[in-house]
Write a protein that binds this ligand. Structure first.
Ligand SMILES: [Zn+2]
Length: 354
């Protein structure tokens, strides 16, 4: 892995408060400087670049669904498997890329439409509570990235599972776990919100079931099995990507968190581009995760566009720009599973940037 972050800044704890204030101001200026460069790039971009490309990919996923339902009704194995693939890929595009962009309000400039898309993608398509999803992802994970106990990607930590089960078998249960967890997340929400979530999740689930029965002509058990297979098709890389990009990197305590630019450059990692995952999960979850954590309001296409600006800036300013391969991270997790998933990770002490 390149650019392993230093455990301690060069200024360390040896300088006085005035020097630390200067360094703090400098870090603040760095983030402002980078934000200005990124904003210039956004302003110079067309609507197509800012939202059009990603909206078109999501639209294409919905347009492919009728073909998927028809193919799943075929008695020929090849066509049936193609239908399964079409529906699995479309489901991943809609429920991973779509829900992620919708949770950040990146699909529309209008707050009302952004809210509508968040409910549609997260609740109808993703079978989860939009309020709980935004709270967990945007308000906790993004706001408190790698802060222990707040945004440490701890939701998929199950240290009681053997490493092979944790990495390769347990993720397959995500389609069943998601609505169960969603029910638990309803606690504390208003009766109106609970009713909306229950109705939306049921509409999404039963419309897919109904179409598999009526259009594809599948039996009750076959329709449920196809739904499980489609929904679980990308759950392994989904969980892998989720843990690979944060766990094992610098962790911070809530009491002494560093400035934002330091927090994100030390606690986030980019994976290489991958044709399948770029389309299904989106660039912001794969090769532009650092950019996404620095500028979460950007669409996938804009994250990719500002990537050279961000990487060059961070390298020039001697800040980490962490990148590693999928197989390399998988090896790391497999070999250091106990250390990374069972014991509390060490807190990175970035003294001088508080
Ligand atoms: Zn995000």
């Amino acid at each position: 892995m390149k650019n392993i972050p230093e455990k301690r800044s060069e200024s360390g704890g040896l300088r006085g408060p005035a020097a630390r204030d200067d360094e703090c101001a400098e870090r603040e200026t760095l983030m402002m400087e980078l934000t200005r460069l990124v904003q210039e790039s956004v302003r110079a971009s067309s609507w197509w670049e800012r939202r059009g490309v990603d909206c078109s990919i999501l639209t294409a996923a919905f347009i492919s669904l009728p073909a998927g339902f028809v193919l799943l009704g075929s008695s020929q194995m090849m066509y049936f498997l193609l239908g399964l693939l079409v529906m699995g890929v479309a489901h991943a595009v809609i429920t991973v890329k779509g829900t992620h962009l919708a949770s950040h309000g990146a699909l529309s400039e209008s707050p009302a439409w952004a809210h509508f898309w968040a409910v549609f993608f997260i609740e109808v398509c993703g079978s989860f509570s939009a309020r709980a999803g935004v709270q967990a992802h945007v308000k906790m994970h993004h706001a408190h990235t790698n802060v222990i106990g707040l945004g440490d990607s701890s939701t998929w930590k199950m240290p009681f599972l053997p490493r092979s089960v944790y990495l390769f078998i347990a993720p397959l249960a995500i389609p069943i776990i998601t609505p169960v967890v969603a029910v638990g997340q309803l606690k504390g929400q208003s009766p109106l919100q609970i009713m909306r979530t229950v109705v939306c999740v049921c509409v999404g689930f039963f419309s897919q079931y109904y179409l598999l029965r009526c259009v594809s002509g599948l039996s009750c058990s076959s329709a449920l099995l196809v739904m499980l297979l489609c929904r679980a098709m990308f759950s392994l890389p989904y969980i892998h990507v989720n843990i690979f990009q944060h766990i094992g990197l610098s962790m911070f305590s809530a009491a002494s968190r560093p400035k934002r630019i330091y927090q994100m450059t030390h606690g986030v990692l980019n994976l290489p581009r991958n044709p399948v995952l770029d389309w299904t999960f989106g660039h912001s979850l794969i090769s532009c995760h650092v950019e996404h954590h620095l500028f979460p309001f950007l669409s996938d296409n804009m994250c990719l566009k500002v990537k050279p600006i961000v990487s060059q800036f961070l390298k020039e300013k001697k800040l980490p720009y962490q990148e590693d391969g999928y197989a390399s991270r998988l090896r790391l997790f497999f070999h250091r599973y106990q250390e990374l998933m069972v014991f509390a990770p060490p807190i990175t002490d970035l003294v001088g940037v508080q």
